[in-house]
Write a protein that binds this ligand. Structure first.
Ligand SMILES: *[C@@H]1O[C@H](CO)[C@@H](O)[C@H](O)[C@H]1NC(C)=O
Ligand SMILES: *[C@@H]1O[C@H](CO)[C@@H](O)[C@H](O)[C@H]1NC(C)=O
Ligand SMILES: *[C@@H]1O[C@H](CO)[C@@H](O)[C@H](O)[C@H]1NC(C)=O
Ligand SMILES: *[C@@H]1O[C@H](CO)[C@@H](O)[C@H](O)[C@H]1NC(C)=O
Ligand SMILES: *[C@@H]1O[C@H](CO)[C@@H](O)[C@H](O)[C@H]1NC(C)=O
Ligand SMILES: *[C@@H]1O[C@H](CO)[C@@H](O)[C@H](O)[C@H]1NC(C)=O
Ligand SMILES: *[C@@H]1O[C@H](CO)[C@@H](O)[C@H](O)[C@H]1NC(C)=O
Ligand SMILES: *[C@@H]1O[C@H](CO)[C@@H](O)[C@H](O)[C@H]1NC(C)=O
Length: 450
């Protein structure tokens, strides 16, 4: 209880200062979601304890931070991903240094302390042909798997959407332009994929529209906008997307405008569920989260003879989903606020992290519903945990470890000890568990919201 009031005091004290409005990123490994945020006053990249499971334990007093060989610039945007290799968890961070280059820094988890150990760092935006990176770009990373490697999306100085890629064979190299549009109202980027390489990249386009780039089976990026679509349906990475005209809105069926959309949110988020429904998140001018989804319907058209059936996959248009109340989706402290998103396709789970009431809150979608949001757990040197727990459903009662948090620490330590015992001989560091699809309730339930 004393701990709770301390936290409340901390929250109140930090409310008028801008120190919490740092850039942040989140990702999901097999042991749960992880979170990183740049401390605006120290510039340090603070993270949750890397052995936390399910709910990140995010120490603030004192914080734990990533060691860096290339200092991140103040106010850098962050992107991050990670994986569990049966021995330990890895984190792979992307940020801009003071030269505006994109740096990739790789870490492994020390399960004894919950701190990450630095493995290696390199500048990845200096490879042949890569255009100079825009100082305000929001980078985004998608980790496609062990063979396919990473794709990192960023804006060049002209604001065109570009990417660099990493494969086992080629190491880092320039991937080419994704969308050549240089007339953008905002610099946020987020990306996610399903299946093999089916990557979706979302950016703001203008004060009314978002731009979605999706890698097609033919290897080109297909660009579309919503709510107002392009006049042409054949807009790709080859097109000059700056000048592509919108469809004539008078002939269109009325589209719903993006609610509370500034055209320049600090962050965007994409999540894909087990039904392959894609969801986009942003925080609006009203400080509330907003989400739009495109549902997929699969129908089998009977064909002549055995095996003659064809499967028809239809994607609906992006459709706004109803809001949740403030206990599930607390208001952010600022309009169009920064947030971080982590999602896990296999379980259709989503977490959003953002600053609300002076502290970082965790918004959770699990098991087919939005849970009551909680403040991100804080964990100090004395080994006491405060903050979340109460918020995360209330049923666990007051201070101390919630059942969930006990499992979290326990699993982390257990796995770490097991890893040391088994002494798995590490292969190359990018060995990643491929994602597996499956069918769960997520899309169905979200669908019922609408
Ligand atoms: C940033 O770091 C300073 C110094 O460690 C600390 O006092 C402050 O609480 C940190 N801010 C946040 C938001 O964690
Ligand atoms: C990629 O290449 C750089 C130098 O060219 C090297 O330092 C780095 O270790 C390589 N990364 C991997 C994962 O092989
Ligand atoms: C850029 O986009 C804005 C908003 O859509 C538009 O009004 C403006 O004419 C565009 N500028 C150019 C150079 O295309
Ligand atoms: C991704 O899925 C869409 C919709 O099914 C499809 O049109 C596209 O070609 C796919 N892209 C890849 C790379 O498989
Ligand atoms: C468009 O993307 C495809 C696939 O990545 C690539 O082969 C092609 O070179 C790209 N075109 C341009 C103009 O970048
Ligand atoms: C789409 O655009 C590409 C490149 O401009 C062109 O080769 C292709 O024929 C177009 N396809 C259609 C259906 O218009
Ligand atoms: C794309 O179109 C814009 C607006 O029409 C123009 O200013 C720009 O030069 C074009 N870019 C290229 C690469 O042709
Ligand atoms: C640790 O516990 C001691 C004694 O209960 C207390 O005085 C101290 O403030 C605690 N430290 C932190 C960082 O909470």
């Amino acid at each position: 209880m004393a701990r709770s009031s301390r936290l409340l005091l901390w929250a109140l004290l930090s409310l008028p200062t801008p120190s919490l409005c740092g850039s942040m990123a989140a990702w999901w490994t097999d042991i749960g979601p992880s979170f990183v945020m740049q401390n605006a006053s120290t510039g340090l990249l603070t993270h949750n304890l890397c052995h936390s499971n399910n709910t990140p334990l995010y120490p603030v007093d004192p914080p734990v931070s990533f060691q860096t060989t290339y200092a991140p610039k103040d106010g850098t945007s962050l992107a991050a991903t990670g994986w569990f290799d049966s021995k330990t968890t890895w984190a792979s961070l992307f940020y801009q240094n003071n030269n505006d280059d994109i740096v990739n820094a790789v870490y492994t988890c020390d399960f004894q302390t919950g701190a990450y150990k630095h493995v290696e760092s390199s500048v990845i935006s200096d490879r042949s042909g890569t255009p100079a990176v825009h100082p305000e770009t929001g980078p985004s990373v998608t980790l496609l798997g062990e063979q396919e490697g990473y794709r990192v999306f960023f804006h060049d100085r002209a604001k065109a959407l570009q990417h660099v890629k990493f494969t086992q064979v080629e190491n880092w190299s320039y991937g080419g332009p994704v969308s050549t549009n240089t007339n953008r109202s905002g610099m946020a980027i987020h990306s996610m994929f399903s299946g093999v390489r089916n990557v979706t990249v979302v950016t703001p386009r203008d004060s009314s529209n978002m731009e979605v780039s999706r890698l097609n089976i033919d290897g080109t990026w297909h660009i579309s906008t919503f709510p107002t679509p392009f006049r042409s349906t054949n807009v790709t990475n080859i097109s000059n997307t700056t000048s592509v005209p919108y469809a004539n809105t008078i002939t269109l069926t009325p589209t719903t405008p993006l609610e509370s959309w500034s055209g320049n949110p600090k962050a965007l988020g994409v999540a894909i569920d087990t039904l392959l429904t894609r969801h986009i998140f942003y925080i609006g001018l009203d400080r509330a989260p907003h989400t739009l989804s495109t549902f997929v319907t699969t129908s089998t058209i009977p064909g002549p003879g055995k095996g003659g059936n064809t499967v028809d996959v239809t994607e609906r248009e992006w459709r706004p989903q109803p809001p949740q109340d403030e206990t599930h989706w607390p208001l952010a402290d600022s309009p169009s606020a920064d947030f971080a998103i982590a999602s896990q396709l296999g379980t259709s789970s989503i977490r959003l992290y953002y600053v609300s009431g002076g502290g970082v809150v965790e918004v959770r979608y699990t098991g087919g519903r939005w849970d009551v949001a909680g403040e991100l757990a804080a964990f100090n040197k004395n080994g006491t945990i405060g903050g979340t727990g109460e918020g995360s459903g209330g049923k666990e009662g007051g201070g101390g470890l919630t059942a969930e948090q006990k499992v979290g620490v326990g699993v982390g330590v257990g796995v770490g000890v097991l890893g040391v015992g088994v002494a798995v001989v590490m292969g190359r560091w990018w060995v990643v568990r491929e994602r597996e699809g499956g069918f769960g309730p997520f899309g169905v339930v979200l669908g019922r919201m609408g």
